[in-house]
Design a protein around this ligand. Structure first.
Ligand SMILES: [Zn+2]
Length: 189
């Protein structure tokens, strides 16, 4: 019963990742529909069931919009782990103040971007025009806030079936899943 189950709201919004015990209880209480099963069998005294992998609540749960925290990780996720100056993609990035702090640049969604170390070195505390950099896109506060934590989201994106239900940061999730697979292959060599 160690596996995890993705729980969707009735409108398919990802709500949570719960353990199998809880998911099975929700199924038996008739609170959820099972959208996907995985191969494992669960046995009860009378029956056998395939264990659920994705379930959807029958009635809609209203939830407050969570506050989006400004953090290095959330900047990385918003910018798809891509340097906003040169387009370099990596897991080893920094965050740059577009308008440098010494010129009054704020630590805010629209003044922070994902930046590779090379570009960060070059830019230092200069302005964009001083170094001739342009932005890949205007940084903004992301509209959508995933209800489930980013960590859970990332681990969820590794699950082939779940991935389709995790539309947030879509490219990001897929890329991470691919990179993980590639890293696993490389590690085996
Ligand atoms: Zn760069």
């Amino acid at each position: 019963m160690g596996q995890e189950v993705l729980v969707l709201n009735s409108d398919y919004e990802p709500l949570n990742i719960c353990n199998m015990r809880r998911a099975v209880l929700l199924v038996f209480l008739g609170k959820v529909d099972v959208l996907h099963e995985d191969g494992a069998l669960l046995r009860t005294v009378r029956n056998e069931y395939h264990s659920p992998s994705v379930v959807r609540l029958k009635s809609h749960i209203k939830r407050p919009r969570p506050k989006l925290k400004l953090s290095r990780r959330s900047i990385f996720a918003r910018d798809n782990y891509t340097c906003q100056y040169c387009g370099y993609r990596s897991n080893d990035l920094t965050v740059d103040h577009i308008v440098p702090k010494r010129l009054g640049g704020e630590t805010s969604w629209d003044n922070l971007v994902c930046c590779c170390k090379k570009c960060n070195c070059q830019k230092g505390d200069k302005t964009l025009s001083q170094v001739g950099f342009t932005l890949e896109r205007e940084p903004r506060r992301p509209k959508y806030v995933p209800f489930i934590s980013l960590t859970k989201f990332i681990s969820g994106a590794r699950n082939e079936v779940w991935r389709d239900y995790l539309p947030v940061f879509d490219g990001f999730a897929r890329r991470h899943a691919t990179e993980d697979a590639e890293a696993a292959v490389a590690a085996r060599r």
